[in-house]
Design a binder for this molecule. Structure first.
Ligand code: NI
Length: 173
């Protein structure tokens, strides 16, 4: 069990496409547990394997229900695939790999995702609202896509400028 370091934008490794998982072995179970621990430690609402520099199609998603404490209900999805998108919503997003930025992103209001569990058993998962956002966000990571890419060019440029300015300031001190 380990807390893994999370890659930060603009690290080019966040842009790599991840490979499908074919071996449902002990190594996969360990990585999934590390990913879960790392997400809870952050804390975050979701985390994708490429964010911890493992370019495989594995994500974990917070599934806390109203009567539960955060961290006790985390979904693990292997080879997740969006098979249906319904409607539209605007939701505030952030990302553990994109520091100091929260912005509203337009995405589908509801999703159906097909995935496998850690034993390779296929299952279908439906979500709406915040959880639909998290699923779409994490699955994007598997294709090297960040929520930043879904903002307007202006907003993206403003963020890049802010990041450069902060880096300069920290170099000067
Ligand atoms: Ni993210």
């Amino acid at each position: 069990m380990a807390i893994l370091p999370i890659l930060k934008y603009p690290d080019p490794r966040l842009r790599l496409a991840s490979s499908p998982i074919v071996d449902f072995d002990e190594a996969l179970a360990t990585l999934a547990e590390d990913l879960r621990q790392t997400m809870i430690h952050a804390p975050g609402s979701g985390l994708a394997a490429p964010q911890v520099d493992r370019q495989v199609r594995l994500i974990v998603v917070d599934n806390t229900q109203e009567d539960e404490e955060y961290g006790h209900n985390v979904l693990t999805l292997v080879n997740p695939r969006v098979v249906e998108l319904i409607g539209e919503q605007l939701h505030l997003e952030g990302c553990l790999s994109v520091i100091e930025l929260q912005a509203e992103v337009r995405r589908a209001a509801a999703v159906t995702v097909e995935a496998q569990d850690l034993q390779g058993q296929p299952f279908t998962f439906q979500a709406q609202g915040r959880q639909a956002v998290i699923l779409q966000h994490e699955i994007d990571h598997l294709d090297g896509v960040l929520f930043l890419d879904r903002l307007s060019r202006l907003k993206r440029e403003m963020y890049r400028k802010k990041l450069r300015k902060n880096q300069k300031m920290s170099q000067n001190t």
